[in-house]
Design a protein around this ligand. Sequence first.
Ligand SMILES: [Zn+2]
Ligand SMILES: [Zn+2]
Length: 137
Amino acid sequence: MTDIVQLLFIVIIATLLLYFGYSLFIGFSRNTHPHHNAPPQKGRPGDPRTCPVCSAKLTTGQRVKSSAFPSMNGSDRLMHINGCIYCLSGERKRICPVCGANLSIHEVLVARLFDKPGRSHVHVLGCSRCRPAGISK
Ligand SMILES: [Zn+2]
Ligand SMILES: [Zn+2]
């Protein structure tokens, strides 16, 4: 009988040691990575970006509503930027970054979209007020 009690005792001690060892390990690994959440990774498609109309910081999944037109010369194409969920709902002011005009819901930004392999670059040319024709030659 004493052998069984001794065995049970050892098992309990082993379990306690495992438990404390585990929590120590968890605490240790937390302390050794203080900068784990600090530097945000950037440059990946689908990452947070800024709405060009209202400069709202957008999170993943929130997209800027825009429509691109067929390319004229093969390297870039014209696009109209309607805005994000914040400025399209009237929550934020819609400001043209070129002329500073206060845009209505129906006015859009005119931008040039440069299609590059891997990532595309958008250059805002103006809005439907300061660039009524849209296309610049
Ligand atoms: Zn916006
Ligand atoms: Zn403008």
